[in-house]
Design a protein around this ligand. Structure first.
Ligand SMILES: [Zn+2]
Ligand SMILES: [Zn+2]
Length: 231
């Protein structure tokens, strides 16, 4: 946990990361909410910055897999933040998404997780869609990047030329990869989503699963992955 880029706090949990963004007005948004342990880190950052929970205005959800929504119910209760997500993610948040084929395993694992964590679903407050401009952190544009899930979204800051890319890819030293097939609801849509990010070519990319916080490195690794799987 720590401030990595100015105003970006990475919060590392059991399976992946979520990110807290704080702007100069001292308003915050959270990109995803993590699974186990993140809530204590989130509270710790708020204490350190002397921010009240009400400073958290919104949760921007990349998608509704359990490792991203595990603390959603708590975050909303604690802060009163609104949940912004693509309409298609409600079924994932509710745990009612009908996985098909090999992705059924994803559903089985999530069902186990819901029970272990006493998970409670919540309603999306505002639906987001491709091209929406969100008035947070100096402006974030929604990029609808379906494939991993149908409503999977990234968030692009033109001010920083930085894309929060959700689970479009995972970035590890020995293994830069697309999410495993069993986790993808609509794999046929992934190449096009990757091409759109590649065309945007952001200088900085922050995925939600990675080894080190180095947004330039993740952008480079993404291009390498594209060369491998798209060219
Ligand atoms: Zn996922
Ligand atoms: Zn994930």
């Amino acid at each position: 946990m720590g401030e990595t880029l100015e105003g970006v706090f990475s919060i590392r949990g059991l399976m992946g990361l979520c990110h807290l963004l704080v702007d100069e007005r001292r308003e915050a948004v959270l990109i995803d909410t993590g699974l186990v342990g993140e809530r204590y880190q989130i509270q710790r950052i708020f204490r350190r910055l002397r921010l009240a929970p009400s400073a958290l205005k919104a949760v921007l959800l990349t998608h509704g897999h359990l490792d991203h929504v595990g603390n959603l119910h708590w975050v909303k209760q604690w802060s009163g933040a609104k949940l912004l997500a693509h309409q298609s993610e409600q079924a994932h948040i509710d745990g009612t998404f009908a996985y098909e084929g090999s992705a059924k395993w994803c559903g089985r694992l999530e069902k186990l997780g819901y029970r272990m964590l006493s998970y409670r679903p919540v309603q999306i407050d505002h639906f987001i869609a491709e091209g929406d401009e969100l008035p947070c952190w100096g402006g974030l544009r929604v990029m609808h990047l379906p494939g991993h899930t149908r409503g999977h979204c990234g968030f692009y800051s033109s001010r920083h030329d930085l894309l929060f890319s959700g689970d479009l890819f995972a970035s590890y030293f020995f293994n830069v990869h697309q999410p495993p097939a069993v986790l993808n609801a609509a794999p046929e849509l992934i190449p096009d989503s990757m091409r759109r990010v590649r065309a945007l070519a952001p200088r900085l990319i922050v995925p939600q699963h990675y080894d080190v916080f180095d947004a330039r490195l993740h952008a480079k690794r993404f291009e390498q992955l594209c060369r491998r799987v798209l060219d």
